[in-house]
Structures are given as C-alpha cells and as structure tokens.
Ligand binder design. Sequence first.
Ligand SMILES: NC(=O)c1ccc[n+]([C@@H]2O[C@H](COP(=O)([O-])OP(=O)(O)OC[C@H]3O[C@@H](n4cnc5c(N)ncnc54)[C@H](OP(=O)(O)O)[C@@H]3O)[C@@H](O)[C@H]2O)c1
Length: 259
Amino acid sequence: MDLGLKGKTALVTASSKGMGRACALGLAAEGARVVMCARTEADLQATADDVRARTGAEVLALPADVTRETDVKNLVARATERFGGVDILIANAGGPPRGNFDDVNDQQWIGAFEVSVLSVVRLIRAVLPSMRKKRWGRILTIQSVSVKQPVEGLLLSNAVRPGVAGMMKTMTPELGKDNITFNVLCPGRIMTERLLGGARQAGMPEKEYLEKVALDIPLLRVGTPEEFANVAVFLASERSSYVTGVALQIDGGVVRALL
Ligand SMILES: NC(=O)c1ccc[n+]([C@@H]2O[C@H](COP(=O)([O-])OP(=O)(O)OC[C@H]3O[C@@H](n4cnc5c(N)ncnc54)[C@H](OP(=O)(O)O)[C@@H]3O)[C@@H](O)[C@H]2O)c1
C-alpha cells in the first residue's frame, strides 16, 4: 500500500528516544520530511543523524521543551520557514510522574496539565493555520491506555490524559470541514527507556521485570516502539482519510473494555 506520505511534512515532538523516535523514523522511511525535537540537544542530533542515514529523508532537528510556549512557537515557525508548513503533527511529551493521591502536590498537578494537555493545545494551535490553508491535516497525540482505563499508581496520567482525548474528540467536528483528522494513540507497555525505568524503581532486574509485566498482557509480551509506530504512521497517512475522533490502544490487548 502506498501511504501517500511522500512530500508531506511531519512534526514529531519528544522524538530523540522511544515511541517519538520510532514515529519519526517510520514517517521518514515512507518519504515524509521530518521535524524532530527534544530537550537534550546531543541525543536529538544523534537520533536525527541516524534517521537521515537510514532513510535519506530531510530532517530538521531543533532542541525544544514542549512545555514552553516560546519553544513550541519557534519550533513550528522554523518548520514552516523550512518546509512551508506542517501537514502531520504527532504531539508527544514525557509523561507526568508516578504517584497516588497523597504523593502529589499542586505543583505536580499543574505540571501534569502543562506536559500532557497544554503542550498539545499549543502545538495544535501553532500547526492549524498551515493545515487549514492546505485543507489537509493529521493531528495525533501519544497519550496512554490510561485514556481508556486507569493505570495503578499513575494518578496524574489517569486524571489528565482523558482530558486530551475529550479535547481531540471535541475538535473533530470543528475541523472536519478543513479535512483535518484528530486521533489519540494509547500505548500500553512499550519497550522504551521509560518502561525500563519501572524496573529500576521496582528494584528488579530488567528481564524479571519485563516477564512480570508481560503476565497481564494478552499477547504475553511488551510491544516494540516499531509496532507502535506502524499504527501511528498509518493514522498519519493519506490512507487513513476516513478515520477521525478515535482513541486507539496499541497495547497487546491490555485494555479489557469493549470500547
Ligand atoms: N513506554 C510505555 O510503555 C508507555 C506507556 C504508556 C504511555 N507512555 C507515554 O508515552 C510518551 C512517550 O513515552 P516513551 O516511553 O517513548 O518515552 P522515552 O523513551 O522516555 O522518550 C521520551 C522522549 O521525550 C523527550 N521529552 C521528554 N520531555 C520532553 C519535553 N518536555 N519536551 C520535549 N521533549 C521531551 C525525551 O527527550 P529529552 O528528555 O531530551 O527531552 C525523549 O526523546 C510519554 O508521555 C509516556 O508517558 C509510555
């Protein structure tokens, strides 16, 4: 299937590692031009070089913190200057910290809103003008299965990420006339540095931790960033033209609910 991604410009935020990196690589491999960001410049430039070397794609990599409004504005302005606009947005960021009710203070609640919700709002606001002008756009955000069912010990994620899904669904009819689609990606357990951080927190060897985590997953293993990116790349493509307003889990079956 030709995904129709050649010549499109994709902005993938928080993309030096993990799922963001895999999405940038997957889109570049399909012929898209890719704009990448992360806060740590050395990691970002190394990943951008790797994406260029493996795909031959044009890559613009700019250090940016998506919780800072000026960084978001500058990122999209530079992407627009270089490539004439953004066709595809994959809004990703680091997640809010773990914790239960008694563990988190007001500042952490505000931080969770800023990292998971406000960053997406600002990114969408910045990319909409060029998408509206072209009457074509794909807006995706990487959230979590916590959109569908609460994850134990992740109060902040469980509380704020469903709000992003509510916003995305609300925008679907508003922007449908401009041919812009809105979909939420809900990863379960995906093999990234963040997931392996769980092994360190639990004080367990990685292998043992991954075996334990896998027991709750119908497919009996964690997913790879590439398996996640395959779904993201399809939803970012021309071929997903009639899919909007969906919150889709990529989780090996972890979410047990019917919808
Ligand atoms: N892995 C899982 O199993 C899983 C499951 C459910 C949900 N999630 C969520 O999915 C998202 C991606 O997770 P991941 O596992 O791919 O993470 P990861 O491997 O730890 O990578 C995180 C990436 O985000 C960048 N980043 C973090 N905060 C940023 C910020 N404020 N501005 C710009 N870049 C930022 C990091 O680079 P810098 O640190 O240099 O900025 C890095 O490139 C997170 O929100 C995570 O909570 C993950």
